[in-house]
Design a protein around this ligand. Structure first.
Ligand code: GLN
Length: 282
């Protein structure tokens, strides 16, 4: 009989046959995502019968997963902060580190009066950061921008699915904001160097968009541009939150050396790596 339990066993055996190191975890993750239930709940449903068609679709998921495709692209969405975020191959899969970034920003914005205040999320990709913030702070006016039209189509879908009203702009970094100023700005730009890119795991290299990953030859191109241009785009006492590569702390500190920046702080992620750079203007 085709049950959830039998499918779980078959998935695990398949991963194991293909020498995946943690076949049980892989099978559990795939199946709970496929059935759209938590891994914990999966174990209360082991006896549940499955249709022929469900079994067949799950085996299609397995086929893609065995080729190294990230589960998020196969299922088409991830949970991020308080949102369900749709993803496809035009956008980066939101990372858990980025939830720390949102958490830090929430902490800070919670103490401020946000009426008539704007926040820009540059290189928004799926829109995960800006959408999560808008959901948490409906009074804030949020603009999301990205250079890729395909990515912005995903952003728009996510805004709609999470029922938030945000403004979308297409263009390279600050270009679509010419002549405007903001109070808050967040950006998780592409920050990997060409050298690092070549060494990425194939699950990233073969499936995630290069455009969202590589920040020029040395990985710091977007920080260079932001350091040079941001002073024209911020109101007094503006706040900027950036995600950075774990070896880029000193480099970004150097880049943002203008006395215009009255506060500069590097913060770590859960793994203890330097991962965020927070700035405030005079
Ligand atoms: N802002 C999106 C994220 O944090 C995309 C970032 C990017 O494409 N570099 O996941």
């Amino acid at each position: 009989m085709k049950t959830v339990g039998a499918l779980l066993a078959w998935l695990q055996a398949s991963f194991s046959e293909h020498h995946w190191s943690d076949s049980r975890r892989e099978a559990t993750e795939l199946l709970s995502s496929f059935l759209d239930i938590s891994p914990g709940d999966l174990f209360f449903q082991l006896e549940k019968p499955l249709t022929e068609q469900e079994w067949e679709s799950a085996s299609q998921w397995l086929k893609r997963r065995l080729q190294g495709e990230p589960l998020a692209y196969i299922s088409g969405s991830v949970d991020f902060y308080d949102c369900k975020i749709t993803v496809n191959s035009h956008v980066l899969i939101p990372r858990q580190e980025t939830e720390i970034l949102v958490d830090r920003i929430v902490e800070e914005l919670a103490t401020e009066d946000l009426s008539n205040r704007t926040l820009w999320d540059l290189c928004t990709g799926s829109g995960c950061i800006g959408i999560a913030l808008k959901k948490r702070f409906p009074a804030l006016t949020v603009y999301l921008s990205d250079i890729s039209a395909e990515a912005l189509a995903v952003t728009a879908k996510n805004a709609e699915e999470n029922r938030v009203h945000v403004e979308l702009k297409q263009g390279n970094l600050l270009e679509p904001f010419k002549g405007l100023k903001t109070h808050y700005l967040v950006c998780n730009p592409p920050y990997i160097s060409m050298e690092e890119y070549k060494q990425l795991d194939s699950s990233v290299l073969d499936f995630e968009p290069k455009l969202a990953l590589v920040g020029g030859v040395h990985g710091d191109e977007f920080y260079q541009k932001l350091a040079a241009q941001l002073p024209h785009y911020l109101f007094p006492h503006g706040k900027v939150w950036l995600e950075i590569g774990f070896q880029q702390g000193e480099r970004v500190r150097q880049l943002f050396n203008d006395p215009f920046w009255v506060k500069k702080e590097i913060e770590n992620d859960w793994a203890g790596h330097q991962r965020f750079f927070f700035l405030e203007t005079e």
